[in-house]
Design a protein around this ligand. Sequence first.
Ligand SMILES: [Zn+2]
Length: 262
Amino acid sequence: MILTDTHTHIYSEAFEEDQKEMMTRAIAAGVKRFFVPAIDSTYTHAMYAIEKEYPEEVFLMMGLHPTHVKENYEEELAHVEEELAKRMQKESDKKFFAVGEIGMDLYWDKTFIEEQKIAFRKQIQLAKQYKLPIVIHCREAFDEVFEVLELEKGEELFGIFHCFTGTLEQAQKAISYGMKLGIGGVVTFKNGKIDKFLDQIDIKHIVLETDAPYLSPTPYRGKRNESAYLINVLEKMVDIYGKSEAELAEITTQNSKEVFGI
Ligand SMILES: [Zn+2]
């Protein structure tokens, strides 16, 4: 069985003590592909380091996370642009596989709402330039995210709506913009809500993720998350879709290949 964690921050300081053991546990659990979203320039070095350790398993994204859009966001965007330009040239043997994670987050702070919008749109345009998918982070900002997607919709717009937590209608809307839904720990929560309607969404639109070290699935809720716990998300998906673990692993891995091109 090959599972794909389409969203995991394996370079996080949360794994400082046991990164190697964490990766070994995940691989032993069947998680063989790790798609790794960026946050801001302070993490770029750590991302390259873990990619070097696991060149067959780790696939990096580049982008500026919406909660890290601050006064210096233009400098941060320039970093994103530079790193993309370096790696997306033909001669480079290392690539990025998405622009992410990008989007809007109005849960923590609304101070930079306009800058968040500008950064989101600018990074969508970068993704289009390099024919890459986008990976969207959206928290308490569905209207604002859809507003930007509406402006940028079209053939070249595609990607993943990461950690999807909306309604059925919002799920359908996200799919209409070329997005797959990233399903993680929230699906296992008693009050997570998405488990109630997910069976109405064709499995071809679904990819799996942990968002480690955040959002641990039941029974680890509230503790540090790690990619090995993708198994707990998979188990819940068996209940929802009535397919076997092996089938779901294969379908969702195939879906991830469709998005990331690898
Ligand atoms: Zn994330």
